[in-house]
Design a protein around this ligand. Structure first.
Ligand code: M6R
Length: 364
């Protein structure tokens, strides 16, 4: 049942190229995105004034990435919130807005309650859901299914990746319809989307080096994940994965926030993982990494092939293939999943069923 792997998590990590392909390819025909299944006609897409994106845990982290992607590609204002906050904060919801509820299980209590709150206030909802026929899938006005297949490991990997893919489809299509992307940009983005599964596959081939590095850091007390923009979004996910299954205290910070407090936590040997896939933010994040290093941090860099000067700063570097920067999260998340996985294994922990956690959180 584990397909020859020792754990479901590793099996699911390896299923990502296929899961992302299965999510993207039925919705791309002859170089064009085809989303008629969600009955969002072009007029509705043009009239949307604001998006609310809601989820819990990793689904929320997809939302954080989605904010950058939608704002950049479709110039659409986006609010992202964790469901347990959204439902109780008496939010001011604009007319002509759309709520996107992201959930693997479709049964997360707070996410379902947030969806109902949207309906009670007259905001239409779109679910990005993996489990067919689940509560959120049934109650949402429209559903864009992720085709990740059953996910068993508590720490999500392939569901997260397919949720990102669903967001890319939507944001690229919104950009075309709203006129913020011209035909050439649109065609190039669609091409990049089609190339993503292959690039995820390639990223997975760097496993052994990460395993070696993980065995060295298995005894660490703390780890910090930093990045800017989409690299911050993936830092959040990398840090959650890490703490969930390795039981090492970890946090993610927007790199620019380091000097506003968190850097006081850096001691000799503290692991700081810097993510740098966004070309316009590269130098900025490097300078935050240098600051941490000068206070004793050990730096792991995660960047795109070609950025080899990072080796002047980082003690250990992992490279991912080049793609459009909007989609880089799909690649940078892979080494972070592997890092968490291998640290958990090195510590002999229960990778698939970490303590205190459940696969789906159906109580508040
Ligand atoms: O089923 P959902 O996507 O609604 O679940 C949301 C979170 O509980 C989930 O992403 C959780 O954070 C994972 N264990 C993360 O690996």
């Amino acid at each position: 049942e584990k397909g020859g792997y020792e754990h479901f998590m590793m099996k699911e990590i390896h299923e990502q190229p296929a899961a992302v392909r299965d999510t993207l390819s039925p919705r791309i025909k002859d170089g064009r995105i085809e989303l008629s299944e969600i009955s969002l006609d072009e007029e509705t897409i043009r009239s949307v004034r604001r998006l609310y994106i809601i989820g819990c845990g990793s689904a929320y982290h997809v939302g954080v990435a989605a904010r950058y992607v939608f704002e950049s590609l479709a110039r659409l204002p986006v609010e992202v919130d964790v469901a347990s906050e959204f439902r109780y904060r008496n939010p001011v919801l604009e007319e002509n807005s759309l709520a996107i509820i992201i959930s693997q299980s479709g049964e997360t209590a707070d996410s379902l309650a947030a969806l109902r709150e949207c309906h009670a206030r007259g905001v239409p909802t779109l679910g990005i859901v993996n489990v067919v026929g689940s509560s959120i899938a049934r109650e949402a006005d429209a559903v864009l299914y992720t085709w990740a297949g059953p996910e068993i490991a508590v720490a999500t990997t392939k569901a997260y990746s397919t949720q990102l893919a669903a967001i890319y489809l939507l944001a690229t299509e919104f950009g075309r319809v709203r006129g913020t992307l011209d035909e050439e940009q649109y065609a190039r983005l669609v091409e990049e989307l089609e190339a993503l599964p292959g690039k995820i596959e390639k990223t997975l081939s760097d496993k052994e080096r990460i395993q070696w590095f993980a065995s060295k850091y298995a005894a660490a007390k703390d780890a910090f994940f930093i990045g800017r923009g989409l690299d911050y979004a993936v830092a959040l996910e990398g840090s959650l994965k890490f703490k969930e299954i390795s039981y090492i205290h970890s946090e993610a910070f927007a790199a620019g926030e380091m000097k506003h407090g968190p850097i006081s936590l850096v001691e000799k040997g503290t692991l700081v993982v810097g993510v740098l896939t966004q070309p316009d933010l590269y130098e900025k994040t490097i300078s935050n990494m240098v600051e941490a290093k000068s206070r004793g941090a050990f730096l792991m860099g995660l960047t795109t092939y070609g950025n080899y000067n990072i080796e002047d700063t980082a003690g250990f570097t992992v490279y991912v293939p080049r793609t459009d920067p909007h989609f880089a999260t799909s690649l940078s998340v892979i080494p972070l999943q592997l890092l968490a996985y291998y640290v958990s294994c090195a510590k002999g922990l229960d990778v698939d069923k970490p303590r205190n956690l459940a696969k789906s959180v159906t109580v508040e």
